[in-house]
Design a protein around this ligand. Structure first.
Ligand code: COA
Length: 435
């Protein structure tokens, strides 16, 4: 039997030794958030700054660290980021013209990677090696397996504080080219501040969710507020893209027990987890927790297999057709599509399922209505008028799926902020929408 410990020792390197291997034109790949490798990327950036190495690209998604290749635009051309989501530093770099973006549905990313991309190195932060020689990819499965399949080299950063996910992607020490030890506190997201508007919206959605439903909550204050409003429910299940703090709360208070799910009964299913330390403590060695690849977890044909599937996501604006923009303010990028459409479709195909897109009725201190006659010029349509189901603001709920244009316009105007309803009615009439 191979001696895993000997193999481990043989592959152990410093971040600087790993960075020494990098050549011009290399493409790195990393998966989402807490499995990204901070020390290796720092060492690579330092080496690139000090040499004439050029054209190094790093593919990332939902970044957990302020990486130099997004934060330092003087590196552009030498080391640049390619984001598969565009948030935080990546958002700024994409809008600033010194990083690029791959648009797409999250569920499609593993397939796109397998068909179109090759990586010189895949980098991942892992939990310590187990007695069989395996590293757990801890908090993220997402598109890791696809990147592993398309990578010439695999560099791991072992962090003793990474939780070990029993039912998730694993890497064997024999597959790995270099190991860096870098134990540090897990990256955490700042706690979400739930304001009164989010609380009202969360309460409205919670009224629509029956006991025994299976839920997905997206990013932001409103999905979180909805989670908190579900604490009095019973027998809920979780099948989601991102595992968040409010879900730990629901599991710990007993509102979620996954007992009524049709698939993965008794288990919480996600493709990555990111939030507070409480999340990482919850995942660690937990046999009732599964972190699985996104082409499975976010496949609408999988999502819909759970009855009463309820998805809750945020948006930036919606027009009177019901087209939802969740990615840009005009042409300015704010986010990727993520799994919004995957879950809208999955929930709508599920027996008893519903999909909610929710947001405060106004932005910028009440000066801008998020319900608009037309989307802002250049705005990205995330969820189409054909996929949209329920829209929610603090003024109520509009059901658009299957409804006529006239019904859509009337319902949307009724849940717009009162200050904007006359103007929206005038525009809708002018367009002949209110028949
Ligand atoms: N016009 C102009 N500005 C607007 C606006 C509008 N219609 N709507 C929002 N904004 C501004 C806000 O004022 C805020 O500005 P600030 O940063 O200066 O305060 C900013 O845009 C962000 O708005 P906010 O309402 O706080 O959004 P959020 O941070 O809760 O994120 C999404 C909302 C839509 C970007 C986010 O949910 C997302 O990433 N969605 C797409 C992916 C997805 O749904 N994934 C689901 C599975 S996880």
């Amino acid at each position: 039997m191979a001696d895993h410990n000997a193999m481990y020792r043989e592959k152990l390197k410093t971040p600087e030794q790993v960075a020494q291997q990098v050549e011009s034109g290399w493409v790195f790949g990393m998966d989402a958030a807490p499995t990204q490798t901070e020390a290796i990327m720092k060492a690579v950036a330092e080496r690139i700054r000090a040499t004439d190495i050029r054209d190094v690209k790093v593919h990332t998604m939902l970044d957990a660290y302020p990486f130099d290749f997004y934060a330092d635009n003087s590196l552009f051309g030498k080391m640049s980021g390619v984001s598969w989501f565009s948030s935080g530093g990546a958002r700024k770099a994409v809008n600033g013209g010194y990083a690029d973006l791959v648009p797409g549905y999250y569920r499609d990313f593993p397939g796109v990677i397998r068909r179109m991309y090759d990586y010189d190195a895949y980098c991942v932060a892992v939990s310590p090696m187990d007695s069989h020689g395996y590293f757990s990819l801890a908090t993220t499965s997402s598109y890791s397996e696809a990147m592993i399949a398309k990578a010439k080299r695999i560099f791991v950063e072992v962090n003793e504080k990474q939780p070990r996910c029993l039912c998730g992607t694993q890497l064997h020490v024999s597959q790995v080219d270099a190991i860096v030890e870098n134990t540090h506190d897990m990256p955490v997201l700042p706690p979400v501040v739930i304001d009164e508007t989010s609380r009202i919206i969360g309460g409205l959605i919670a009224e629509q969710i029956p006991d025994g439903a299976c839920i997905q909550l997206g990013i932001g204050a409103i999905p979180d507020a909805t989670g908190m409003a579900l604490k009095t429910k019973h027998d809920l299940g979780i099948h989601t893209e991102m595992f968040t703090d409010s879900m730990v709360e629901l599991l710990e208070c007993g509102a979620v027990n996954n007992s009524k799910k049709q698939i993965h009964r008794g288990k919480t299913v996600t493709t990555f987890a990111y939030g507070s330390q409480r999340i990482y403590d919850y995942i660690d060695d937990n046999p009732a927790f599964e972190i699985l690849p996104v082409d499975y977890v976010n496949d609408p044909n999988v999502i819909c297999q759970n009855d009463n599937m309820i998805s809750i996501n945020a948006a930036l604006e919606v027009d009177l057709f019901g087209q939802v923009c969740a990615e840009s303010v005009g042409t300015k990028h704010m986010s990727g599509s993520g799994g919004q459409v995957d879950y809208v479709r999955g929930a709508c195909q599920s027996k008893g399922g519903k999909s909610f897109i929710a947001f405060a009725s106004t932005a910028k201190g009440g000066t801008i209505s998020k319900i608009k006659n037309t989307l802002a010029p250049g705005a990205i349509v995330t969820t189409s008028k054909n996929d949209v189901d329920y829209i929610v603001t603090e003024y109520g709920i509009a059901h658009l799926r299957g409804e006529t244009l006239s019904s859509r316009a009337r319902q949307l105007i009724a849940i717009a902020h009162p200050d904007f309803r006359d103007e929206l009615t005038f525009e809708a009439k002018k367009r002949g929408m209110l028949v």
